[in-house]
Design a protein around this ligand. Structure first.
Ligand SMILES: [Ca+2]
Ligand SMILES: [Ca+2]
Length: 476
């Protein structure tokens, strides 16, 4: 809305002719809007300072009984762009940098100047003076060592809409200030070092005390720390967006750096069901129970007060793509969690792997011999499909084109060792160069604990080698 010039007593201070004209014009405009309960700061009975010329609205629960009007939603986080404020990070800056920003050509009443007004800045400065404004703001004047000044404002929480994402921080900052000072309607001198955190904001130039040439302010202030030197800060390293599957255990270590000198406590909001974070170590662990997409925010708080956070998404699939077999390509160089007969786990170049360095080589002796390879898995009841795949190479010294002298059975057994199904049987008749992938539906075993077993049996002469690699049981 258009800003309304205040009505002032003509006798109060010497005024320019232009100002008188504007004042009279303002009075006319003021009358025009009086029906909407806008009252004038200059008429509230307190002695107004020269610099604040803004209209206010009555708000009985606020410090002065009034809240502000001009760009008020932007100042307090209830504007149309409030959700664009990046509250997840804080940008350390200086008064010199902020007052060097170009002043916008116009200032929208209910929208933000991006990125300055969607950024949370932190400035170390000297608080030179402060005052309770007619709009219930605490008006702080910040100065750097070169005398450059800018304004920071702590709104009265009673003047902040309940939907504002800034409300909690504003309440905290107001409390931090109240714990040290008691602002009144008159400027009081402080001259103490402060670290002020707040949202960037461009104000109209009213000649406010301490105003930056470009009108930049920290408005609203979200935190103020008093004292010399840095208060320290906490930075949480964003782990990036995560994916997982129902039934597959998770272990994600959150890392944070802390210069505040205390101890860190971790919290997480929005974790997928089944996961939790260790408050002391920052380790997120557990097993997801539900397929869902979550927005997770992890916050680390130093015991002296500062905190940092990081947000990321975490998509839990319905165990789609979850692969149940351990050591599926035998690349550990040993059997476990397979059980295998002696000599099966192989890395000799005589029977090279499908991928990696290792495979499972059953038989190949040319004498009566049996090799086995087995692994027990539980197929989740939450899965709707389960598929066994593996790569198989067969070579042989047998020459028959009609008789299976040496065989490899692929079987499913139950917990008692009873064969539930023979999925396939291969033999010397299937010998070929290279590997072939085979696939079998295990959808009949959802929710069951089964043993997948390969059994290679040779007769008394002429070797046949059954070489297996890159196995998988994918449950989804
Ligand atoms: Ca391999
Ligand atoms: Ca044979």
């Amino acid at each position: 809305m258009a800003r309304i010039r205040p009505l002032r007593p003509f006798s109060r201070t010497p005024q320019s002719r232009l100002f008188r004209i504007l004042t009279i014009l303002g009075a006319v405009l003021g009358l025009a809007v009086s029906a909407v309960a806008i009252v004038n700061a200059g008429l509230l009975g307190r002695q107004p300072d020269q610099e604040e010329h803004e209209t206010v609205v009555q708000a009985p629960t606020s410090s002065t009984g009034s809240c502000g009007v001009e760009r008020w939603s932007v100042k307090t986080g209830t504007d149309a762009d409030a959700d664009l404020i990046n509250l997840q990070s804080t940008t350390a800056t200086t008064i010199a940098s902020l007052i060097a920003l170009p002043a916008p050509a116009s200032l929208p009443s209910n929208n933000r100047i991006i990125p300055t007004e969607t950024t949370v800045f932190q400035v170390q400065a000297t608080l030179t003076e402060y005052k309770l404004e007619a709009d219930s703001d605490y008006h702080l004047v910040l100065s750097d060592s070169a005398g450059r000044t800018m304004i920071a404002e702590i709104p009265d929480p009673a003047c902040v809409g309940s939907t504002s994402p800034l409300l909690t921080s504003i309440e905290k900052a107001r409390g931090e200030f109240d714990a040290k000072y008691t602002p009144t309607g008159t400027f009081q001198t402080a001259n103490v070092p402060v670290t002020v955190t707040g949202v960037g904001f461009f104000d109209f130039l009213h000649g406010q005390t301490g105003v930056a040439p470009n009108g930049i302010e920290l408005h609203a202030v979200l935190d103020i720390q008093f004292g010399t030197g840095a208060v320290g800060s906490v930075t949480v390293t964003n782990p990036g967006n995560q994916t997982g599957a129902v039934g597959t255990a998770v272990s994600l270590q959150i890392h944070a750096t802390d210069t505040a000198g205390g101890t860190l406590t971790y919290k997480a909001a929005g974790l997928p069901a089944g996961l939790s974070i260790s408050a002391s170590s920052g380790l997120i662990s557990g097993t997801p129970t539900t397929a869902a997409s979550s927005n997770v925010t992890v916050t680390a708080t130093d015991s002296t007060g500062p905190s940092g956070s990081a947000s990321f998404s975490w998509v839990i699939g319905s165990s789609e793509g979850s692969q149940l077999l351990g050591n599926p390509g035998f690349e550990t160089g040993s059997a476990a969690p397979w059980t295998a007969s002696s000599g099966v786990i192989n890395n000799s170049s005589t029977e090279p792997p499908h991928t990696g360095s290792w495979d499972a080589w059953l038989d190949g002796y040319g004498t009566t011999h049996t090799d086995t390879l087995a692994q027990t898995v539980t197929i989740p009841a939450t899965a709707s499909t389960a598929t066994l795949t593996f790569w198989l190479h067969i070579d042989t010294a047998e020459t028959s084109t009609t008789t299976a002298f040496d065989t490899l059975k692929v079987q499913v057994l139950n917990g008692a060792g009873t064969v539930l199904a023979t999925l396939a049987s291969y033999s010397n008749l299937n010998a070929a160069s290279g590997y072939t992938q085979h696939s079998f539906n295990l959808g009949g075993y959802l929710g069951q604990t089964i043993t997948l077993k390969f059994t290679g049996t040779e007769d008394s002469t002429l070797q046949t080698s059954f070489v297996i690699d890159d196995t998988a049981i994918n449950a989804g």
